[in-house]
Write a new protein. Structure first.
Lengths: 497, 221
């Protein structure tokens, strides 16, 4: 009787939720949800400087035009640039527009609109290098920056094997140019729209006139939305013919001779194909892609491991110094160290990494790996120091008295009596922290270090699925962390015998 | 006989509370002196002051040429001079939990006195043998009984060769049979020329081993 009641109630709840979801779906067509990344900035999409709740940019104007054509009201959905494909595939929005580049891999897994803008990939270098770095071929062994998951990135990966350039990926399109001006990279490869903006904002750098490649901006939708895509294509082609797109691009100072040629080709019913780069071509099977990515993932796992080990070593050394200072130091030293620990523990690691790498760049230009090592090491040192302080204070004070009456100095007591016992107490939480650090090291991809998680997301973006890359990445993290936990357990057992 | 340890007018307070007031006594070489009194009478406080663990507020302590005066606990040269002359066995032994019995005993001779490790180990083993616990040399402190731990603590204190050995409540962790053994051991140490100061409230034990008794009551002798 009670069981029947419960199941009846459950059924009513399910029906209610279903009704609710059906009703929201029924309302959806009045809205035209379009996704983009406002961090990309002008002229694409950016927060309106006079009203940050609104967005402005040529993509905003195109979205408005499409919404008008469909008889709907546009609504902007913020999605990080590198997540746009996955969000489109999930159906998080009706259309993605954010300087998204056409390409065979993208076409193979999403429904893609006709191209609405043609761009050229250009190389940007420092003024002094303008004479010697004209093409990618001149940049053997040099660091060339770009934005991840773009045609430029594929071109660079291709040039890595063919020409020996060293690609450096960024999560945004602003820092490649500031780092170029600072000398951290030797060139930037990105599309002309971004390059022009980069040169305008950073004195001392210049765009080369030779094109490295040609690409097109397209809109993306979920693969099932071909009917909606076809309607949007009709609207775009009409806007190419009647000059509305020209009006938009002229308003944003982006109109040039490439566009009329592109529009003429498209409106006459011909297709254009994006430049195909060998590595960007969709692989025949997911397994083939997996095999192709294994060496890169292993390399990235090695970077994760080396970075984590060095960072942990730094954290242990600095942690011991801080803990000793807090236990043995004068009141001034103790207060200063407590404040430092609270500052580090109370602010996000990501912020600390940004400050170290980008914030301090005007004073010291730390290489990315070193900045990552120092950032992770100092952050974890704060946590380690608390563990050590607690462990030092847990050693019975009677043993310290005994050591004193035997004639040991304070330092000898720390090294011979207090330290070794504190270390045993600290071992379990330390192992825990090392495993946490191993995983937190994925944050350093934000300062251009390509470690395991970053390499996995590049892999996932390339094949358009997170399933296999996710499983492989998880297996590698486990392969790194499990042996460590075993060693720690064995040590603990030995000391407890 | 020359006195090895002289305590005169010793006063110790913590905040507004006076723990020990105007206590004086002297101990000669090879003598066993017992400080007797109920819990809280100040016995342990006096021993800790002689061992240089807590500062004193008045009076003076002289141990074979080293003086402890009011102010901070001994530092630098005075501190190392003090610990060549005085050793202490604590009520709860305070053995170094991470080291074996033998290692507990040779640690200070090697690191404080700079003895070669092999020689220090040999002498530590002799001491343990002398105290009848050489068989437990490889055990860890947590594996020992109260009586065994106490003998290790005595061996550890004696290993650095102090003239004066301070013992706080030595019978606290012993059964009656072991108390008799300990009294014998202490008399033997005194016979070898060591000076012992024992804080205890165990009258029977004190009668069995000590030559002289100083009774303490509420901080006064």
């Amino acid at each position: 009787m009670i069981g029947q009641n419960t199941s009846a109630r459950r059924m009513r709840t399910v029906l209610f939720v279903l009704a609710l979801s059906v009703s929201t779906h029924a309302q959806a067509p009045t809205e035209f949800r379009w996704g983009g990344d406002a961090e990309g900035g002008a002229p694409f999409v950016e927060a309106d400087p006079s009203d940050p709740t609104r967005v402005v940019g040529f993509e905003v104007d195109i979205a408005q035009m499409l919404a008008d054509g469909l008889g709907r009201v546009p609504r902007f959905v913020q999605v990080g640039f590198t997540s746009l494909d996955a969000a489109a595939a999930r159906g998080d929005f009706d259309l993605g527009l954010s300087g998204i580049e056409d390409g065979p891999a993208r076409r193979s897994r999403l429904a893609v609109t006709v191209p609405y803008y043609q761009f050229r990939e250009v190389l940007t270098v420092r003024d002094a290098d303008a004479g010697r770095f004209r093409t990618l071929g001149d940049l053997r062994g040099r660091r060339v920056a770009t934005l991840g998951a773009t045609l430029a990135y594929d071109l660079l990966v291709d040039a890595q094997t063919r020409l020996g350039v060293v690609p450096v990926t960024y999560e945004d399109d602003v820092h490649p140019y500031t780092d170029l001006a600072l000398g951290r990279v030797d060139a930037v490869l990105l599309d002309y729209v971004l390059a022009q903006r980069g040169v305008r904002r950073n004195p001392g750098i210049t765009n080369q006139s030779t094109d490295v490649g040609v690409g097109y901006y397209v809109g993306i939708t979920a693969p099932s939305q071909t009917a909606l895509r076809d309607r949007m294509n009709e609207i775009l082609l009409r806007a190419m013919a009647d000059g509305r797109l020209e009006g938009i691009f002229r308003r944003w100072n982006m109109w040039n001779d490439d566009q009329p040629r592109l529009y003429a080709t498209l409106t006459s019913g011909q297709r254009v194909e994006a430049e195909s780069v060998a590595s960007a071509a969709p692989p025949a099977t997911t397994w083939e892609a997996a095999v192709r990515y294994v060496p890169a993932l292993l390399r990235a796992a090695a970077i994760t491991l080396v970075l984590s080990c060095f960072s942990m070593a730094l954290a242990v050394v600095v942690g011991i110094v801080i803990a000793s200072g807090r236990v043995y130091g004068s009141p001034v030293v103790r207060t200063a160290l407590t404040a430092w620990v609270e500052l580090i523990r109370g602010t996000p690691l990501l912020l600390q990494l940004f400050v170290l790498y980008f914030g301090l760049a005007a004073l010291v230009q730390l290489p990315a790996f070193l900045a990552a090592l120092i950032g992770l090491g100092l952050n974890y040192a704060a946590y380690e120091s608390e563990i050590y302080r607690g462990a030092l204070e847990a050693v019975p004070v009677g043993q310290l008295d005994a050591a004193r009456t035997l004639g040991f100095s304070e330092r000898q007591t720390l090294v011979l009596v207090r330290g070794p016992q504190a270390f045993r107490l600290a071992l379990a939480p330390m192992t825990n922290d090392f495993v946490a650090l191993l995983k937190d090291s994925s944050l350093v991809s934000m300062i251009t270090v390509v470690e395991l998680t970053k390499q996995t997301s590049i892999f996932a973006a390339n094949i358009g699925s997170w399933v296999l890359p996710g499983v492989m990445c998880a297996a590698m993290y486990l392969a790194l962390s499990l042996p460590l936990a075993r060693v720690a357990r064995r040590l603990e057992r030995r000391w407890k015998k | 006989m020359r006195s090895v340890l002289e305590v005169s007018g010793l006063t110790i307070s913590r905040g507004a509370r006076t723990l020990v007031e105007d206590v004086s006594f002297a101990v000669t070489e090879g003598e066993i002196l017992a400080l007797m009194g109920a819990s809280g009478s100040g016995k342990t406080t006096v021993l800790r002051a002689i061992a240089g663990l807590d500062p004193i507020d008045g009076g003076r302590i002289a141990i074979a040429g080293v003086s402890i005066v009011p102010g901070r606990t001994p530092r630098g040269q005075t501190r190392s001079d003090l610990y060549r002359r005085v050793g202490m066995v604590f009520q709860f032994h305070h053995l170094f939990e991470h080291l074996t019995v033998l290692h507990n005993v040779w640690l200070a001779p090697v690191h404080v006195q700079g003895q070669p490790r092999a020689e220090a180990e040999r002498r530590a083993l002799e001491l343990l043998d002398h105290l009848g616990i050489a068989a437990r040399a490889d055990a860890l402190p947590r594996e020992l009984s109260g009586g065994e731990a106490q003998r290790v603590a005595i061996a550890r204190a004696l290993a650095v060769g102090p003239q004066v050995l301070l013992m706080d409540e030595p019978t606290a962790s012993l059964d009656p049979a072991r108390r008799g053994d300990l009294a014998v051991t202490l008399r033997q140490l005194a016979a070898e020329g060591r000076t012992l100061v024992i804080a205890s409230h165990d009258e029977e034990f004190v009668r069995a081993c000590s030559q002289r008794v100083v009774v303490m009551e509420r901080g006064r002798a």
